[in-house]
Ligand binder design. Structure first.
Ligand SMILES: Nc1ncnc2c1ncn2[C@@H]1O[C@H](COP(=O)(O)OP(=O)(O)OP(=O)(O)O)[C@@H](O)[C@H]1O
Ligand SMILES: [Mg+2]
Length: 329
């Protein structure tokens, strides 16, 4: 007998998460696919963690691809392949089902991009596919009751995009989106270290440094890290020490851009909703919310309280799951 499974998918630039109705989150994997360089169409060799491990280490015959860039689909074929594999992994216990999927997408997505996501889901074997705006899903997953006629501001700092949305009565009233987020932080760290120390490091090392000692404001017990890169002077390996203060300086411009975008979103928010936001505070979601002190930084600059969601990385997929559990589309 054929029966449908309901699946919620957060198709993120860095990570894809899948929620299975009645089960909860069943997949959290990097949005990476390893494909053979030859062959038309290229053959998928690995996805998720297994594929991420291959980045920068594959022989010429295999390439590890990140099919999403800046929150949108850069490669539709490979995105379809990735979705297909993730859907298969999620529903492996019921192999005959044809899935119905709900996928979160950035609020600023164009019609063409919407269609690309929709087609990717259908190509992946979904019987039915619906889309939900990421900030709306993230707000739900963060525990905000979006049905109230009360203004709430969500700032979702992912890896490709930061999305700022004012939500009231199940809809987005105003929104702003910029392509400055976690990946930009990593790029800023690479650039800073190459300028200040004339040493080149990879983006994965930069991300590690950011997570270990990065911050938006000074914090207690600040650290330092010894890292190895390649000297830009003689091309040889070189060890240097990087401090929390270095990283703060490196991240300053990206953080200021996010702050400016929050300010501009507040400026176009109707006064009643603005008053609600001042009362309720701003909710931070997405992996970027885990940067030390980012809540205090935004709060000090906007004079509005800021909260970090319970599980910032999972908010969006949890929100899609809540829609499925309630039977809403
Ligand atoms: N502890 C941490 N401190 C700082 N940044 C972190 C931390 N943990 C994860 N991140 C960052 O969070 C980002 C991933 O967040 P998330 O999974 O929400 O993004 P995404 O949903 O894949 O992207 P997008 O929503 O832009 O498509 C990465 O840039 C990662 O480096
Ligand atoms: Mg996201």
């Amino acid at each position: 007998m054929l029966f449908a499974q309901d699946i919620g998918i957060d198709l993120g630039t860095a990570n894809t998460r899948v929620y299975l109705k009645g089960k909860g989150i069943v997949i959290r994997e990097p949005s990476v696919v390893a494909v053979t360089a030859k062959g038309n169409p290229p053959e998928v060799v690995a996805i998720g963690n297994a594929a991420k491990e291959m980045i920068g280490r594959t022989p010429g015959s295999v390439t590890a691809v990140k099919p999403l860039k800046d929150g949108v689909i850069a490669d539709i074929e490979i995105t379809s392949d990735m979705l297909k594999e993730f859907i298969k992994m999620a529903i492996r216990r019921s192999p005959f089902s044809r899935a119905r999927v709900l996928i979160s997408v950035p609020s600023g997505i164009t019609e063409v991009e919407r269609k690309a996501v929709h087609d990717a889901a259908r190509n992946a074997g979904a019987k039915y596919a619906a889309l939900i705006s990421e900030p709306l899903a993230a707000a739900m997953g963060a525990g905000i009751n979006i049905s109230d006629a009360v203004g709430n501001m969500v700032v979702n700092i992912g890896s490709g995009t930061t999305e700022i949305a004012v939500i009231s009565y199940r809809d987005i009233v105003t929104s702003k989106s910029i392509r400055t987020a976690g990946d930009s932080f990593d790029e800023a760290v690479v650039e800073y270290i190459s300028k200040k120390h004339s040493v080149l490091i990879g983006e994965r090392t930069a991300e590690e440094i950011k997570i270990k000692i990065g911050s938006a404001l000074p914090y207690d017990g600040e650290g330092a890290m010894d890292i190895r890169g390649r000297s830009l002077i003689d091309g040889l390996p070189k060890d240097i020490e990087i401090t929390s203060e270095d990283i703060r300086e490196a991240l300053y411009d990206s953080l200021s851009q996010i702050l400016e975008t929050i300010r501009s979103a507040l400026e176009i928010t109707p006064p009643e909703l603005l008053a609600d936001i001042v009362d309720n505070g701003i909710m931070l979601t997405g992996g970027g919310a885990l940067l030390r002190g980012i809540d205090r930084f935004i709060s000090e600059e906007t004079k509005i309280p800021v909260h970090i969601a319970g599980e910032p990385l999972d908010c969006t997929v949890l929100g899609t799951g809540m829609c499925l559990e309630r039977g809403r589309r």
